[in-house]
Write a protein that binds this ligand. Sequence first.
Ligand SMILES: C[S@@+](CC[C@H](N)C(=O)[O-])C[C@H]1O[C@@H](n2cnc3c(N)ncnc32)[C@H](O)[C@@H]1O
Length: 228
Amino acid sequence: MKLTNRLLKIASLVSEGKKVADIGTDHGYIPVYLLNKGKVSFAILADVNKGPLENAKKEVRHNKLLDKVDLRLGSGIEVLEKGEVDEVIIAGMGGILISELLEAKTEVAHSVDKLILQPMQAQKELRKYLLNNGYEILNEVLVKEDFRIYEIIETKYTGENTVVEDEIYFEVGSRLIENKDSLLGEFIDKKIFMYNSIIKKLEGKNGEAIEEKRKENKRLINKLEKLK
Ligand SMILES: C[S@@+](CC[C@H](N)C(=O)[O-])C[C@H]1O[C@@H](n2cnc3c(N)ncnc32)[C@H](O)[C@@H]1O
C-alpha cells in the first residue's frame, strides 16, 4: 500500500504516540500506515457505511494489526466517547458535513487535543464555522496531488471565537499566509482563475444583479492579488 501525497500529508500531522480516530476511514490507509510506522499505538477506524468499514477491516487484517484497532460503524464522532482518543482525523468529506459532524457530538469535538480536517469542498464555510464556534486554527497546510490542491486544517477547541479582519481569510486561511506555504501562490492563482471565468461567463449579460456579481468577483480578485 502506497499512500498518496494527500494521505501522507494528513498522516504527517498526527502527533507521535497519541491515540487517533479516523472518521470516514474508507480504506483505512491512514491509520494502517501510522500503526505500521509505529507513530501511533492504537487507532479507532470508523465509517458510516458497512462496505468501507469492511474494506478497512481487510486492510487491518492484511497488515496483522487487528489487536491495535477498534472498528466502529456509525456517523461521525458519535462513535467516540470523550477521552478515548487524543486526535481525530476527518478527511475527504465536504466542509459543511465536517462541521455538522463536529456539532453532533461537541463533548468529543471540544475535548480532543487536535482535529485534523481535510475538506474537499466548502473549505470557506468550514473555516467560518470553526472560527465562529470557539475553535482555534492551529495550522494549515496545502498539498498537491495530480492537478488539485487540497487544504488541511489543524484545529482545537479553546472556547474563544476568532474575529477575522476580512472575509477573504475564510477563503485563504491566514495560517497559510503566515507560514508562506510553498503552494500558496499557485492556490491563489487557481482562485483568481476561477473568479475570472465567472466574470467571462457574465460577458454580454446585463442587469443590476449581474453587475453586482461582476463587481463582487472583481473585488475578490483584487483582494486575492494582494495576498500573493
Ligand atoms: C471520499 S471517502 C474519504 C476516505 C478517506 N478519509 C480519505 O480521505 O481518503 C469518504 C468516506 O466517508 C464516509 N462517510 C460519509 N459520511 C460519513 C459520516 N457521516 N460518518 C462517517 N463516515 C462517513 C464514506 O462512507 C466514505 O467511506
